[in-house]
Design a protein around this ligand. Structure first.
Ligand code: BES
Ligand code: ZN
Ligand code: ZN
Length: 474
């Protein structure tokens, strides 16, 4: 897609997209179609409605935005244009923005339009249904002085989200830990952050025992990815951690349900990797250290066993009750490594950690755990604006006894069918060295799910935009 930004259209050939809020008395088209009659029985601006008017040289696509358009509703309306109405776009696409629209709504439209170009058919031989968007010229008609800045920002957010989506949607025989390691190296060079990747041998040297215990049942080389973004000026230092299980078979406690979806178990990793790209591209003035532990949780004769007691980077010993509770093990080492070696002001981890969070919240809210009330408010408030919502659950110490072990310092699962997301969060907390500003987001229901844009579950890029908004408001 090529974008132009002008205040007055030279011509209107092609597709013209005009959004309307709900008007009871019927709507009036802007210039130069002011004299077109549009009965309100046909189009009133009702939310999620569309009306297509075919004129000699241009096609008008009227978008119904309802009474109070939100960031998310506008993003979805514009995503539909490129995802579902691509046949209406030949070469030129004109965007008319209403005068009363805030910059946020314009950003949402520009973002949705670009996200809608995503095509899930990564491995299809025949590309006939795939549109070549590189030929499309998008003209934005806006008097807004900072339209250029808006467009640049929306384009960079879209690029990062599209990367995150692709990383999650590609299967585990493509997106291996090594694939993610290479992705980080490449993105670091292109966008401007440093990357260090520890393989199995280097991780052994660093004593990342819990991370390696999960990796030992797979022939895939594990990768412990460490990234650092250091802008010239920064007041805050943020630590990000993302769960990178490229496939979760459950290990010897083999999954009996839903295994087919477990390519999404590196959703937290994708969020953190894409966030690094985005903040470096936008030159955000916050220092960020990110750790993404990547493994495949599989089964062979080397695999770790239920009842094994393993060591960890922190020094704490862990009794393995269930090999399917593997995410918390690799995160334990990543969190301990972060607090010991980098000591950021705040740490946020993203992980597709428990079925329990999915059962609790479905795909509306991520489960948020933190004892830092300010950070909690910030994550929830910023998330609400862009529909990347989270809801706080307790990190109450009363739950800690559930994961006490007789044989070791802690066990990785309490073995009970309740409080799964909370006990998992308490397990992670034990490896944060009592950091006063740590937040955990369990995104098992958020990273991957159903939507109107595909037949199967697919990636959402949850968290990428949220982390940008958080850093802009730290
Ligand atoms: N990767 C799963 C959690 C998950 C479930 C992610 C559904 C995405 C969608 C995690 O590693 C897991 O297996 N959790 C178990 C833990 C249990 C065995 C202690 C769970 O939640 O059932
Ligand atoms: Zn698991
Ligand atoms: Zn998992």
């Amino acid at each position: 897609m090529k974008f132009n930004n002008i205040t007055k259209a030279k011509n209107w050939d092609g597709l013209v997209v005009i959004p309307f809020e709900l008007k009871k008395e019927g709507i009036q088209l802007p210039e130069p179609w002011k004299n077109q009659i549009l009965p309100k029985t046909l189009f009133s601006g009702k939310k999620d409605s569309q009306f297509i008017l075919s004129l000699p040289k241009s096609t008008l696509l009227l978008l119904g935005c309802g009474e109070n358009p939100t960031y998310d509703s506008i993003k979805t309306s514009y995503r539909r244009i490129t995802a579902k109405n691509s046949h209406l776009v030949e070469k030129d696409l004109h965007l008319v923005f209403p005068e009363n629209w805030t910059d946020d709504l314009k950003e949402a439209a520009l973002l949705g339009l670009q996200i809608g170009t995503y095509n899930l058919g990564h491995y299809k031989q025949k590309k006939e249904h795939e549109k070549d968007w590189s030929k499309t010229v998008v003209t934005i008609l806006s008097d807004s002085k900072n339209a250029k800045v808006l467009l640049d920002r929306a384009t960079k957010i879209a690029a990062a989200q599209l990367e995150a989506m692709k990383l999650v949607d590609l299967p585990s025989n493509e997106v291996t830990p090594e694939y993610l390691g290479k992705w980080a190296q490449k993105a670091g060079k292109a966008s401007g952050f440093s990357v260090k990747v520890l393989d199995r041998k280097a991780a052994e040297k660093e004593k990342l025992h819990a991370f390696l215990a999960v990796a030992q049942g797979s022939h895939r080389e594990p990768q412990f990815i460490i990234m650092q973004y250091k802008p010239k000026k920064s007041t805050k230092h943020l630590g990000l951690v993302g769960k990178g299980v490229t496939f979760d078979t459950g290990g010897l406690n083999l999954k009996t349900q839903g295994m087919v979806h477990m390519k999404c178990d590196m959703g937290g990793a994708a969020t953190v990797l894409a966030t690094m790209q985005l903040i470096a591209e936008l030159k955000i003035p916050v220092q960020v250290t990110a750790i993404v532990p990547c493994v495949e949780n599989s089964v062979d004769n080397q695999a770790f066993l239920p009842s094994d007691v393993i060591q960890s980077y922190s020094g704490k010993t862990i009794e393995i009750i269930d090999t399917d509770a593997e995410g918390r093990l690799i995160l334990a080492d990543a969190l301990a490594y972060m607090t010991k070696n980098y000591a950021p002001d705040s740490i946020i981890d993203f992980a597709t950690l428990t079925g329990s969070s999915l059962m609790t919240f479905g795909s509306e809210y991520a489960a948020l755990f933190t004892k830092d009330n300010k950070l909690s408010d910030l994550i929830q408030n910023q998330g609400r604006i862009i529909n990347e919502k989270s809801w706080a659950l307790p990190l109450d110490d009363a739950y800690a006894k559930e994961i006490d072990s007789d044989i070791a310092d802690i066990k990785n699962f309490h073995g009970k069918p309740y409080a799964g997301a909370i006990t998992a969060a308490k397990f992670l907390e034990a490896f944060t060295d009592k950091h006063s500003s740590w937040a955990h987001l369990d995104i098992a229901g958020m990273a991957f799910g159903d939507s109107e844009f595909a037949k199967t579950k697919h990636a959402t890029a949850f968290g990428v935009h949220l982390m940008l908004k958080l850093m802009e408001n730290l």
